[in-house]
Design a protein around this ligand. Sequence first.
Ligand SMILES: [Zn+2]
Length: 296
Amino acid sequence: MPEAAKKEVSITFFEKSESKCPICGRTFHRETLRTGGGRLNSDRLSDELRRFYKPTEKFGEIYPLIYYVVVCPHCWFAAFEKDFFEIKNKERPGLTESESDRKAALSLIFPEADFSKERTLKEGIASYYLACSCYKYRNIDLAPTIKQGISCLRAAWLLLDLNKKEPGRNYDLLAKCFYQNAARLYRFAVKQESTGKEAFSTVAGLGPDIDKNYGFDGVLYLAGLLEYRYGSRADMRKRIAILEEQRRSVSRVFGMGKSDKNKPKEILDKARDLYNELGEYISEQSEELNEAEETV
Ligand SMILES: [Zn+2]
């Protein structure tokens, strides 16, 4: 196929200029998504604020999410673009020393992952796993907790996509693990923010997806939704107490009557629906618990 025609139908390209990994010092060419020319055909927005895309005849299915984490193909250091190239000295030892750990852990899931070639869904999922593992060593001013949460959530989404393509390989169970981790990390991030330990309300790229930044409202809403769907049910009294707290947080999104005309309608509607659903769930569960206690 002639070069020009190849470019016409290609989804990504490898940048001509080299990038240098700040951890191992080796160079690589980054793969970048081409977004124009009708490649991305927006579809619905999910309850989890994920944007779906309709496949097109010319380009087929595209998963734009899989290109957003920069990964060094040599040492597998990974981060969102803004956080990749500037490393503080105190972040360096952890990131260098954990290279074999992150490689060993990822090899258990995707032994064939290769970041020097065109990415597939598997490298996309792997990139978020690696980002989550590397943000553990990053400075608090980069808001690592919420970035780990976003990485886990996106990994869960992509795992569900992979499960549809390759059913029966337990990718759905793995997605559940990532969702559970995302629930824990979102909840912890909100706590960190509210106690002033890790401010992130002004961080760009809170997404949770790449099409729109729902900012801190999106984080409050998702913290509630993820806890409701994937939070622990081991101790129902505790669960109810956590969900009551989450419900109050979710109400902050729509401000209980305060002016909210600058906020996107979709997040206001979804937050109100979740607030009501949580209310019903909490009273049903509390009633059941009280009845069970009375009959003991
Ligand atoms: Zn490297």
